[in-house]
Each structure stands twice: as C-alpha cells, then as structure tokens.
Design a protein around this ligand. Structure first.
Ligand code: MG
Length: 375
C-alpha cells in the first residue's frame, strides 16, 4: 500500500462496554446506558441490541422492549478516563492521532512500519489487541488510503473487526453501499437524493460532477468526491481549537456584596447558556474572571462532570468559583466564560438536567419572540 495508510478506530458500544468492564456481573447481559427515564439511550450493549434497542431510543421504549435489562445512568467522568487511556495507547503507535469523538479517531500510520517491524494491517491489529487487553473493551477499525473509506468501513463492520480496503478497491467498496451510510447524508437530505432516484453511493458517484454542483453547491461537490473515494483530508493531530464564549461587566462602582456579585454573574451565565443552547452546544468548563479595585485580575476555572447548557446545571459550579474571591477586596469587573464547548455530548447521559433542558428550550421560544429579558 503506497497511499497514506489511514486507520479509523471506534470503540464498540463504548459506554456500555466500560460498564461491563467495571462490573463483571453485567457481562453478557443487556446493558443500557442513558439518563433518567425521561432521557434517551446513549449506548446499548450488543446483548441489548438483540432486543431492538439502539442509541437515541427513548428510555421508556427500551424498558418496554427489555424490562429485565440493566439500566445505568452513566458517568461521563469514567468514560473520559477510559477514552484518555485508549488514546494514550493509540499514540504509542503513531504520533499522528486525531480524536473525533470520545471513543473514535483517525490515525495516520505513515512511516510506522519500520518502527514496529510490521505491515500496516498488522500494526492496526496489534493496536486493537492492546486496547482490548489493557482496557478490556473492544474496538473496530478499518484501514484504507483516506478518511472517508476508513470511517465507513469501520462502522459497517462491527463489533471487534478490523477491515482493510485496498486502495484499488475503494471506489468499488463504496459503490454498493446504501446512500445513508455516507457521512454527511442525514435524514434531512436523504429524501432529496432518493427523489432523484439515487439509492447507493455508487449512484451518486456516477452523476456528473457539474450536476451535483448545480443542484447542491459546495455540499454536492464534497459529496460527489467522497462518493468517488476522493478525500484528501489529512489526519490532523491537533483537535480543532475549542471555542469559548464569554461575557463580562465592569460595574459603575466597585462591589463587595456577595449577593450582588452572584446576581450579576448569574445573569451573564444565563445569557451565555441561551447562546450556546441556540447552537446545541454544551459547556464542559466554566471560568470566572475577577478584577479587583486595584486592577489585579484573577481567573478561576472548573471543569464539569456533566457538560451542560442550562443555568441550573452550571450555577453550583459558578457559586463554588465565587467563593474563591478575596472577600476583603472590592470587585471592579466580573467575567464568566464557557469553554470546552461540545456539540456531540450525549445529553441523554445527563438525564438529571433533561427536564430543565426541555423547559429552557420552551422558554427560548418565548425569548426569541419577546426578547431576552422576558423571563
Ligand atoms: Mg463507538
């Protein structure tokens, strides 16, 4: 294989597998990880899938399908630890590792054959084995010359499988697959393609490039290329910089009332939450900036166990940070920022806040209509 050897790896039923790894009596049983009974399934063990349970299914339905299943609320903190350990192992094989989600990523294996004295597919197999041996969870992986093919192949062949699509067969491999397996084609866009009579990735690949461009613009162009197995995206080890969002306020007079400081910072928090909710993002880190009368400025930061985008999920942390204030000094400026923003956090894991999430979303509709200050 002369082309760039790109390995995509993805843990099998990650959260459920971690639970089974930690609790031997869960092994071989249907384990369903998800928030409260009002939430949805965030991960289902393969045993649970036999009952027709899958991610994003409402918990109450999963309970109906499998009343004797083991339902677990889940701990983001534990999963993050496993994820970290898993990526540490990946980095032993190549420095070029791109994390795309908590349990999934790309590795560029270029130049590793000499180091490991093995062929690429052997290196990939070793890596999968090492994760299984040391962490007790299984992965699926796929090797090809580009991200799109590796990604599709690793999710197609699961669990505990390693596949290898040779560069010469990539286009052919994609051609027979149903269009919905193409990343970027979701429930919203799929009908548009179906209406055009397109069923498989191959059907799309055979369209004229110009036609795709005229019908779908830049999105169509990218899809057409991917459908043809053309994907030059490199594996970029530096995760895209996580954006943050912040608010601050300099007070007309310096403040020292804890009550007022709490009120002011809560107001900012509310506003920030509203903004990230609009984009369906969740904050995993909260930072409080305090500037005292003499302009000395301090920041206090804390990560959350449960990323959130509703004030009640973040307020306890804000209160903790406010306690770090030097109460002998007056405050000139307060700033609140939300960072480590995540779009793919499985909200269902954080069932405790699901109810307030729902409430806040209804309130957002009102806010949009009548302005932010209404509630
Ligand atoms: Mg996975």
């Amino acid at each position: 294989m002369n082309e760039t050897p790109i390995l995509h790896v993805d843990a099998d039923a990650f959260f459920a597998s971690v639970e089974q790894r930690l609790e031997p009596k869960y092994r071989g049983k249907p384990v369903i990880v998800g928030g409260s009974h009002r939430g949805v399934v965030s991960s289902a063990s393969y045993e649970a899938r036999q009952f027709g349970i899958h991610s994003a299914m409402p918990i109450f339905r999963a309970r109906k399908l499998c009343p004797h299943g083991i339902f677990i609320k889940g701990s983001h903190h534990t999963y993050a630890e496993f994820s970290q350990a898993m990526f540490q192992i990946f980095k032993k094989y190549t420095p070029t590792v791109e994390m795309t989600s908590i349990d999934e990523g790309y590795l560029d294996l270029t130049g590793t054959t000499r180091l490991h004295k093995a062929a690429y597919h052997q290196i990939a197999a070793h890596l999968l084995c090492e994760v299984e041996k040391s962490l007790g969870i299984t992965l699926s992986g796929a090797l090809s010359s580009c991200k799109i093919v590796s990604k599709i192949a690793s999710s197609r062949f699961k669990p505990r499988r390693l596949s290898w699509v040779h560069a010469a067969h990539e286009k052919q491999f994609l051609a027979s697959l149903p269009l919905k397996e193409m990343p970027g084609i979701g429930p919203q866009s799929l009908p548009k393609f179906t209406r055009l009579g397109l069923q498989t990735i191959g059907d799309l690949a055979e369209l004229q490039f110009e036609a795709m461009w005229q019908m779908f613009g830049g999105y169509g162009m990218v899809l057409w290329e991917r459908a043809n197995g053309i994907d030059h995206r490199p594996v970029s080890p530096h995760a895209p910089k996580r954006k943050s969002i912040s608010e601050d306020k300099t007070f007309p007079i310096d403040l020292d009332s804890p009550q007022l400081l709490l009120e002011e910072s809560s107001r900012m928090l509310k506003k920030l939450c509203y903004q990230i909710r609009k984009n369906n993002r969740f904050a995993a880190t909260l930072t409080l900036k305090i500037r005292y009368s003499d302009f000395a400025t301090y920041t206090h930061q804390r990560s959350l166990d449960q990323p959130s985008n509703v004030p009640c999920g973040l307020l306890p942390t804000l209160k903790l940070l406010l306690k770090k204030r030097d109460s002998s000094r007056r405050v000139r400026l307060l700033g609140v920022s939300l960072s480590n923003l995540q779009s793919q956090v499985q909200l269902e894991l954080f069932g405790r806040s699901a109810k307030s999430q729902h409430l806040e979303q209804s309130l957002d509709t009102l806010r949009k209509k009548y302005g932010l200050g209404v509630i």
